[in-house]
Design a protein around this ligand. Structure first.
Ligand SMILES: [Zn+2]
Length: 338
């Protein structure tokens, strides 16, 4: 009885697996995860310069993310859109990645806002009188004569950055997996897009799980990520905003690497720039960014579905297939792999 049951379950699950695989072939994009960067105790970047709005990145990313989710639902009604958060809550980068992986996302879109280190300026706001002493004579004849001078009084302030515009970031796979292999060997540090949590500052490339994930990204998802990033950049370029192009950081971005799907990170604008900060905090600006990304995703989906095999090469390499399978199926039993 037990044997029959096991066989039946095996058969059913095999059929289900085949059906899922078939569905995946006809519809390349079923689930999109939208991540509003930071949140809760992790405020992200701050527009704390003179004349600024004192806004925080976590609020801007949430507002844009909520609009993006709505826009994607409107433009792609047959695609499941899952936000990592819809309110001001804290999530560690691994928590965000888990949401994406557990929901089996086909695309991961991170929303962030850029910042640069602010320079300090000073200006004179008045004068004050200061007593100084003129010393004359030597030894016992030494005499100190007070006199007053007028000295300037300064005020110090943070200067908003000149840099503005929208950029798209990719997992730092450095185009070839060879470079990535070298990275993994050296155990290079990964950059985490968070200010307050130092727990995940580096990624352990000695951990086979991460090595597998990294390899999957490098060999397969990177092409899709580049495609989408290019389309987002193109849509931004059609607006009045500066499209700063596609970038790969020398250091990796943890959450892009840890998600088992094509992933991009959009630095929507500079919260430290006067005009950008206003744009990012405005309904109009948030909506424009959301529409740009949604249009890009729609084009990405259309290209993927109309140009199968050309747009993104299928996984032909047996070894690569193995890596992909292992990385996606044995997340919690990584110890036996090396
Ligand atoms: Zn950020």
């Amino acid at each position: 009885m037990l044997k029959v049951k096991v066989c039946a379950i095996f058969l059913i699950s095999s059929l289900l697996f085949a059906a899922t695989a078939a569905a995946q072939n006809t519809k390349s994009l079923k689930t999109i995860i939208v991540d509003a960067g930071h949140g809760g105790k992790d405020f992200g970047a701050h527009g704390g310069y003179e004349g600024g709005m004192n806004s925080y990145e976590k609020n801007v990313t949430l507002a844009i993310s909520n609009k993006l989710v709505a826009e994607l639902k409107r433009q792609l009604p047959d695609v499941k859109i899952i936000p990592t958060r819809t309110t001001d809550i804290y999530q560690s980068p691994p928590e965000k990645a888990d949401i994406a992986n557990e929901n089996k996302g086909d695309l991961f879109i991170c929303i962030h806002a850029d910042a640069v280190a602010l320079q300090t300026g000073r200006r004179q706001i008045g004068t004050r009188q200061e007593t100084r002493y003129k010393v004359t004579g030597k030894k016992k004849k030494r005499k100190k004569t007070p006199y007053t001078v007028t000295v300037p009084v300064y005020e110090y302030y943070k200067i908003g950055s000149k840099r503005s515009g929208t950029s798209v970031w990719l997992f730092a796979a450095h185009k070839t997996s060879e470079k990535l292999k070298a990275l993994m060997k050296n155990g290079e540090e990964m950059e985490v897009e968070t200010d307050n949590d130092s727990t995940y500052n580096s990624i352990n490339f000695a951990d086979p799980e991460y090595r597998m994930m990294a390899q999957v990204h490098a060999s397969r998802y990177q092409q899709k990520s580049i495609k989408l990033a290019g389309l987002v950049d193109d849509e931004i370029d059609k607006t009045d905003r500066a499209a700063l192009g596609i970038n790969q950081r020398q250091k990796g971005i943890w959450v892009l690497q840890a998600t088992n799907m094509p992933a991009i990170l959009v630095e929507t604008g500079f919260i430290t720039n006067h005009d950008d900060e206003r744009y990012l905090n405005s309904d109009k600006g948030q909506q424009e960014i959301a529409e740009c990304i949604a249009k890009a995703v729609k084009r990405y989906k259309e290209q993927l579905e109309s140009n199968k095999g050309n747009a993104v090469p299928a996984v032909e390499d047996k070894a690569e297939q193995k890596v992909l399978k292992e990385a996606t199926t044995s997340k919690y039993s990584a110890t036996d792999r090396n």
